[in-house]
Design a protein around this ligand. Structure first.
Ligand code: 5GP
Ligand code: ZN
Length: 113
């Protein structure tokens, strides 16, 4: 866990551009944006990915969705946005700390490639 990139970002050991923070989650802009607006929302506690969500930590995921609704409203993203949580190799997950991509600012293709 100590070697986790996003835990280091949450701890401030690696700099990031903050979007939002509260006691249980942190949001910051993606270093390699895939849309005009692209930020990540992560729980402050280390959860390895979507497949590690259980009843015991599921409330955190609900909270993160509420935070996303609030932050996107504040950023004026009234035309919409997409929330993505990649899981595992086939899902395209490259960082082993649960994170929700929020993408906005252009029309996004569906289905994804
Ligand atoms: P994944 O591929 O696991 O779904 O998403 C990981 C995301 O983290 C990628 O979009 C990648 O650009 C982003 N990322 C990787 N390293 C860093 C970093 O050091 N800082 C920030 N802000 N984003 C990062
Ligand atoms: Zn972590």
């Amino acid at each position: 866990m100590n070697d986790c990139l996003f835990c280091k970002i949450i701890a401030g050991e690696i700099p990031s551009k903050k979007v939002y923070e509260d006691e249980s989650c942190y949001a910051f802009y993606d270093i390699d944006p895939k849309a005009p607006v692209h930020f990540l929302v992560v729980p402050k506690t280390h959860i390895s990915g979507p497949d590690a969500v259980e009843d015991e930590n599921a409330a955190l995921v609900g909270h993160i969705y509420a935070v996303i609704a609030k932050v996107t409203r504040e950023l004026g993203l009234s035309k919409g946005y997409r929330v993505v949580a990649n899981c595992g190799e086939d899902g395209g997950q490259t960082v082993g700390h649960l994170h929700f991509h929020v993408l906005a600012g252009r029309t996004l293709a569906w289905p994804p490639g």
